[in-house]
Design a protein around this ligand. Structure first.
Ligand code: ARG
Length: 564
């Protein structure tokens, strides 16, 4: 049921032939106030060809229009105002939602095309930062949106699991660490050795030589070096997975930087063949000065290859392996120059598919307006944030609904969901401040508010005995209090398409807040459970709202508890 299409086809019958469907569709507006109808069509562009004043044109056209499907069609000045037949419209929308259920809003734009999504990608032996959290939840939501639009997302965790830092870590571990200590608290202790290494190396430069030697051993396949490295990696992944489990995020591949060790020679060869490599102070670079960019460092003095070289290999590998229709990288804005360079170098190598690579950038999370930084001690550890959110959620549940079953599980869904929702409700490029109390509130623009509204809808349906709906039910609602909600329900597919087009989960988060608010208003003004002939139709609104709220939360990667 697409009301815009109805208006286009109605107008096509009365407008001059030279005006196309697309033109009409572009011109249709949604009036600010409901007294001007649900849609309006401005007639200004017809003035020239019809040699008439626009308000006259509007008046004439209204006389010719077939108003089937509308309550009325009138003109206000130069505009034609369309008022939908509310009851018919509601009936069509509600049946559409109820029959499709969680598949409502599914689209086939993607036609199964592969879309690798590079996301999360924390660094081994370092704590996962709020930036990695953003990448994880934004990437996860985009994957769900892409899948809803008919693409095949492939979630890739491009772990930072190779590089000279592992040489330093091995030196530090051997000097100050022990197996027991590392096993007891892997990431924190590994980080401790790493930090101490940097401090002591300032005085003892020979430590740097040792670190280089150990990294060289790793690159040469030395057994001891690789054993330590893979142990660090295994322990770090265990900790990361604990967080991914809580967030409900799964990956299709954990192919980190080390995965491309044997795939980089081919890249360097191609760069050489195409005469793109030049020497500069002992390093091999691709000059990008014509783009006002610093050079892409392909090979360092000591022959160790770098971040961008691995990304070149990864991009090529993903094209060869998945033949993607587009390839996404959910990484903070601070790396935007890196991805610019990556795309340009691929293009210079002759890979036109570099145009299908998109850097899905995002801003920083701040506290009290300040950037979080490891060095200045303003790190918020992710697990602590989640834990605090869950405790706060539990406190509120204890106040509101002390007899709730599975309190702990619900508090987990609400607390974690609140953090995720808050992240996704902001446009991804914006930086935003993180204040736990704000985030976990049950009222206002929060995840718990949407979850709570859905739980309320489900409880109404339970009270009514969870009745079944059938195709033949007449779901004719013309209660003005429900109108806003019905229109929002109808917009859901369009909302998903827009979110997908601009890779912006916030579009869905904001929509879910609007729908929740509008439903709560309907609920406040209408006696839904009154025993009259309109009961089933009203319950169908409740049911449809719960379907769409749940699917919105699902697309954001937020759980929807049945009771809370
Ligand atoms: N590990 C990197 C970091 O923490 C992010 C990797 C992003 N993905 C990529 N393909 N470069 O900064």
């Amino acid at each position: 049921m697409d009301s815009k299409k109805l208006i286009v086809s109605t107008l096509m019958k009365v407008l001059p032939d030279e005006i196309t469907e697309e033109q009409i569709e572009k011109l249709i507006e949604k009036p600010k106030t409901s007294d001007l109808g649900d849609y309006a069509f401005p007639t200004f562009i017809l003035a020239k060809s019809l040699h008439k004043a626009p308000n006259m044109i509007a008046e004439d056209l209204v006389g010719q229009i077939d108003s089937t499907g509308f309550e009325k069609v009138v003109n206000t000045g130069a505009y034609i105002n369309f008022f939908l037949d509310k009851a018919e419209f509601a009936n069509a929308v509600l049946h559409d939602v109820l029959s499709k259920n969680d598949k409502y809003g599914n689209q086939n734009e993607g036609m199964g095309g592969n879309v690798p999504i590079d996301m999360s990608s924390p660094n081994i032996a370092k704590p996962m930062s709020m930036g990695h959290l953003r990448s994880t939840v934004i990437g996860n939501s985009i994957a769900k949106i892409e899948s809803k639009l008919g693409y095949q997302p492939i979630k890739i965790n491009h772990l930072g699991d190779w590089g000279t830092q592992f040489g330093k870590l091995i030196v530090g571990y051997k000097m100050w660490g022990s197996e027991e200590e590392v096993e007891a608290d892997p990431i924190n202790n590994l980080l401790k050795y790493y930090v101490r290494f940097h401090k002591e190396a300032e005085e003892k430069p020979e430590l740097d030589d040792q670190a280089r030697a150990w990294f060289k051993k790793m690159e040469d396949g030395n057994e001891e070096a690789l054993k330590l490295w893979s142990w660090f990696k295994e322990l770090s992944l265990k900790e990361f997975n604990r967080i991914y489990d809580r967030l409900g995020v799964k990956f299709d591949h954990y192919t980190g930087e080390s995965f491309y060790n044997d795939k980089m020679d081919a890249i360097v060869e191609t760069l050489e063949e195409k005469n793109l490599l030049v020497e500069s102070r002992g390093a091999e670079i691709v000059d990008l000065s014509e783009y006002d960019l610093s050079p892409a460092l392909i090979k360092k003095t000591d022959g160790a290859t770098l971040y961008i070289t691995r990304d070149l290999a990864a991009a090529k590998y993903r094209k060869d392996t998945f033949d993607f229709v587009k390839s996404l990288y959910v990484v903070g804005s601070e790396q935007s120059e890196h991805f610019k360079k990556l795309k340009i170098v691929l293009k210079k190598m002759g890979y036109d598919w570099s145009d299908d690579i998109h850097h899905i950038e995002f801003g920083l999370i701040t506290t009290g307006g300040k950037k979080l930084s490891t060095r200045k001690g303003r790190v918020i550890l992710l697990e602590n944030v989640l834990q605090d959110a869950v405790e706060l959620a539990k406190k509120q549940i204890n106040e509101k609904n002390p007899n709730l079953k599975n309190k702990d599980a619900v508090a987990e869904s609400v607390g974690v969901g609140a953090v995720v929702f808050h992240d996704l409700k902001n446009e991804r490029r914006d930086s935003f401040d993180f204040n736990l109390e704000e985030v976990v509130r049950f009222e206002g623009e929060t995840g718990p508010y949407v979850q709570y509204t859905n739980a309320r809808a489900l409880s109404i349906l339970r009270k009514a005995g969870n009745i079944d709906f059938s195709e033949n039910d007449e779901l004719l609602i013309d209660d003005p209090n429900a109108w806003d909600t019905i229109k929002l329900l109808q917009e859901f597919p369009e909302v998903i398409a827009r979110a997908g087009r601009i890779y912006e989960p916030s579009v869905i988060a904001k929509y879910s807040l609007k729908l929740a608010k509008s439903f709560n208003q309907y609920y406040a003004h209408s006696k839904i459970l009154a025993e009259d002939t309109g009961l089933k139709a009203r319950l169908s609104v409740v049911k449809a709202v719960s379907i769409v709220l749940q699917e919105s939360l699902n697309l954001l990667g937020v759980k929807a508890p049945e009771e809370m």
